[in-house]
Design a binder for this molecule. Sequence first.
Ligand SMILES: Cc1cc2nc3c(=O)[nH]c(=O)nc-3n(C[C@H](O)[C@H](O)[C@H](O)COP(=O)(O)OP(=O)(O)OC[C@H]3O[C@@H](n4cnc5c(N)ncnc54)[C@H](O)[C@@H]3O)c2cc1C
Length: 419
Amino acid sequence: MVPRARNTLARNALPIVIAGGGIGGLACALALAQRGFRTIVCEQAFEFGQVGVGLQVAPNALSVLDALGVGDRVKSEGLLIERMVMNDGIDGQTVCDIPCGADFIRRFGNPYAVAHRADVHGALLQGCMALASFIELRTNSRVVGYANDGASVRVQLQDGEILQAAGLVGADGVRSRVRQQLVGDGEPSPAGAVIYRALVPAARMPRECQHPFPTLWVGPRAHAIYYPVRDWSEFNFAITVHAPPDDTWEGETDAQKPRAALDGWSHEVTQLVDIQPRFQRYVIRHRAPIDNWTEGAVTLLGDAAHPMVQYIAQGAAQALEDAICLAEEVDRADGDMPAAFLAYQAVRIVRSARVQISSLMLDRLYHVSGVERLVRNSIFEGRQAADYYDRLAWLFTAPDYVQRALADRTQPDALRRLG
Ligand SMILES: Cc1cc2nc3c(=O)[nH]c(=O)nc-3n(C[C@H](O)[C@H](O)[C@H](O)COP(=O)(O)OP(=O)(O)OC[C@H]3O[C@@H](n4cnc5c(N)ncnc54)[C@H](O)[C@@H]3O)c2cc1C
């Protein structure tokens, strides 16, 4: 066991270890540091980074990023969208059009942004690096197990090192090792769909697809989405296609298979596949909600706790909300991790499960055919912006703990705590 340097300003003698330096893990470290708790973030990769390209950053996610002090950076690097549009892939008609301008921002306290994943992750990483006396960032550090003695925890790394910690937060993603030990529910199940993802340079993007917002196309057994990232220099393009659960091949592929899934669809979207982007194919995996993800001084966060299909574009947002909530409870319990982790779970479990379930329900909404498709389209006819906002309020409104963290940021106390 390697003795670690003590930060005498920190409220915890033993560090809190966070397994995983993704969006959830870094946000958790930052939120805890802002409340005076020191952490060690153990990331298995050789460097901190993100797989994948575009990320939709809903207002509830932006409110967390604001509370963490990095919201302005994400908003300045991302694109604040003017609307969200869903089109019918078969007849090309717009089914649903939600304005995201001034009224939307007034209602939810933030705009809706699209960003490059690396920019959101990079903003959090910068935030963590600026608080180096509270946050130790380690790469090439794979957590392989833990021994929980109730009040503290011994965290084992792959290289044999053991970290004595006040608590362990498993923010190690959809295939979480910490979850494997804590919950033991095996591999996440294939959700019955695969996703083909590509980055298309703006110069190759057909002019009629160059909208300043995400354009979603829905149709039988598939949906497609594209939106600009990084100053419009590139477009994130993804096609999700139903697939049998045993079709688990992943890797780089050409446009042939996704093109076949969109056969007979509107030219606006098929022309984009016809420019032959190189796609990465991934299997979409998920888990059903569970009623416990905490054991003594060990808990889970983000995809490790509540992985979901991406249809609602909220997985990262939910990981961010987890982070704020967990830090508030650790603060409230004054470092009593088992008590704090149980309180955090009690607050978060219903909301995160609702998002998991809602996301899965969109599978039906997006992918219906025949008369069900016509019913789907008729449901949205004539719907006004205010009506959409009312229906989305449960999701996009910052929960109380995020509101409190936002209010706390403006208190001089919060700044003093960090010295
Ligand atoms: C196609 C697709 C599109 C999506 N679009 C959106 C979107 O638009 N908006 C949105 O909000 N969400 C979206 N999501 C969901 C979002 O990507 C995830 O919910 C989010 O990244 C989860 O963050 P996390 O930190 O919990 O996990 P991850 O991002 O998976 O990070 C986990 C980290 O832990 C590390 N790790 C793993 N095991 C170990 C270990 N044993 N020890 C140490 N480190 C370990 C990994 O290397 C990784 O860095 C999408 C997901 C997919 C698949």
